[in-house]
Structure formats: structure tokens, C-alpha cells
Design a protein around this ligand. Sequence first.
Ligand code: ADP
Ligand code: MG
Length: 380
Amino acid sequence: MSLKPVVREGASSTDAPGDRANGIEVNAVEVRFPNGFYGLKQTSLNIPAGTFCTLLGPSGSGKTTLLRAIAGLITPSAGTITIGSREVTSLSVQARNIGFVFQNYALFPHMTVAQNIEYPLKLHKWPQVERQARTKEILELIELPHVAARAVGELSGGQQQRVAIGRALAYRPSLLLLDEPMGALDRRLRQQLGSDLREIQQRTGITTVYVTHDQEEAFILSDKIAIMDGGEILQYDTPAELYFRPNSRFVARFLGEANIVPIERLVPTAIDETRLAATPLGEIPVATSSKGVTSGEPLSIVLRPEDLFLVKDEPRNDDWSPAISVRIEKELFLGSRCLVTVSSQAGNTLLVECNKSDVPPCGTDAWVTWKRTSAVLINR
Ligand SMILES: Nc1ncnc2c1ncn2[C@@H]1O[C@H](COP(=O)(O)OP(=O)(O)O)[C@@H](O)[C@H]1O
Ligand SMILES: [Mg+2]
């Protein structure tokens, strides 16, 4: 009697998007370790089928804990986890049908690339013909058919990680989970493997959860990013929304340079949604629909250095564009851009991004201006 491989009915041999895309629903999940520490405070996260979702945060923020809870490697102390239409909270790792990739790829170095990919299929007792067909398919997916017969130990770090991704996908998992898979690679390899991974994910349409502390990596790869700190998700959004509409000081600062200006008072104006903010820099008009701002609590304005313009003469203030008189303090040349520190008359500093050729000499006076809509409100 030959054992049939466990392939979903209707699944094609190609990895068409939607083939086996399952969404993930994390509902009020909490992870309390035996020592009483909360690795994850009550957390909810909805990852639609086919999404590339990244958990991004500093070391110790709870990314791995959340990933392990989704995988079934940690049992939550409260809450539920649903994959597709199945609640899996109390199911074993094996029963969840998940593909894993970790930093230390844990491939078998003495086996060939093809043998490594075939290995999980053997474990699941797929018949030989099916195994070989699937292995060939995966080798093409990860674009390594030409090294199929080589021992993995002979491949570059980036190629090895592609084999690890291929092996994780071989058994048609319903989810792909990756925990800092590029941690051991140098910058150039990370970029290459990152774009390979994104392509593989889009071709297969598999729902993917990716853990990293590298914001650039998260931006390049993700449909959605959950920013984590202290065992909590602070904001869950698209990369652009997170960058342009951060909901907190932490998110604004974690995702790049940000000028954060405290607001003393905020009063409505006659112009659409514009309000006038009294700040240490003077009165600043703000037109913004901001996320998660609790009224009644102290507010600040977030201004990205690249949204600010340095001009020599006072701009004409006919469209409620803010303008602040400043002095050029110092210039930091970063190759593709220049970060200029300027100080206001009250002594507050701002970072402004400029082209090298546009930077006025240090010690001279200038004006900083920006579009009203560039200013984002956050709770202080
Ligand atoms: N088994 C454990 N027992 C106690 N504390 C733990 C355990 N595992 C992780 N932690 C703690 O939980 C926090 C989150 O860890 P982790 O999820 O690994 O963070 P990240 O992956 O974001 O770096 C850290 O403070 C870590 O020290
Ligand atoms: Mg981790």
C-alpha cells in the first residue's frame, strides 16, 4: 500500500497564490513565563491570508515570544490563536502545519541541497515520485536547481538560507514563520536574500510572519508591520502609515529621525481641520488627522527632517505654512543626504535634511518651513 502525500484537495502542483493561504488571528494572547515575567502582555493581531507581516522591535520586546506562541512552541497563559478557520491554541506544533526558518539554518551540511529539501517530505512519508517532483519544484522556486547535487556546506550563507526557506516550504505549510533569518549574513547578502524571500512569498502567496529588529529590512519586505516594545504591539500598520502617521513617540523615533516638539496649547482655527499649536518654537499651524491621540493628554508634534525645508528668506505666509527663524548650527554629511542641525531663537534644535549644495554656512540665519500636513500629532 502506498501512502498518499497529504496535499490539500484542489491544490495545484504550482504554488499559485491563494493555494493554501491562511490568515492568523491572535486574540488577547498573553504569555507569562514561570518566573512570573510577562513576555507578552495582552496582545491582539489580525494577519490576513497572504500577508507578509513583520514583527519589528528592539531586542527583548517580545517578538520571538509572539512568534513562538503562533507556532505552538509556547502555550499562552490567556487568549486564543486561530489559523485559517481553525482555533489552534491547544494544538501541538506538528498539528499546526507550519514552516520555520531560524537564524542558524539547521540544514544538514553533509546532505546535498536536494536531499535537504526532500528531508521533511521523507519524514511525512511522501512516495518517492511525489517527493522528487516537489523537490524539483522547490529548487526552481528558490532558483537553485543548478546546485541541487552540491553539499549545502559548500554554498554561500545566502544560498544556504534560501535552501532553508525552500525546505520550510516543501511540505506545503499553511504558514511560514521566520525568526531573524538573516541575522548572520552581511548587508549585501541580506538585501539580496530579502528581495528573494519577498519574491518567493509573493509567488506562493503564503501567509508569512517575519521577526527582525532591522527597520530597513522590515520596510523592504512587509505588507504590514507590528511595532513591538515591552511585550506589547504599539502600532500595526503598513510601512508608509507607520512612518508618516506614527501613533507614539516610540514608533516615531524607532522608524527614523524625528523632531518631536511639545505642545503647550492647541486651539481651533477658521481653516478646515487646522489648529494652532503653541510650542517652544512659537505658534505652529497643524493640519492633521492623527492616530490614537487621546485628547486631554499632553501632545507633541512629530516633524520628519526630510519634510522640512531650509530657506534663506522668510517665506510668504499666505497659506498657513509654518515658518521659523533659525540659525545653522552644524552639518552632518551622509553621502546621499545632509542632516543639518538648526536652533530656534528660544534655543530648541531641529534636524533638517538637505542637499549638500543647499546648506547655508554654519552660524548664518535662515528659515525652516514645511507643509502644514507634514506635522503629525502624538501623545507626548
Ligand atoms: N523562558 C523565559 N523565561 C523568562 N523570561 C523570558 C523567557 N523567554 C524570554 N524571556 C524574556 O521575555 C522578553 C521577550 O523576549 P523575546 O520574545 O525573546 O524578545 P525578542 O525576540 O523581541 O528579542 C525578554 O525580556 C526575555 O528576557
Ligand atoms: Mg528574538
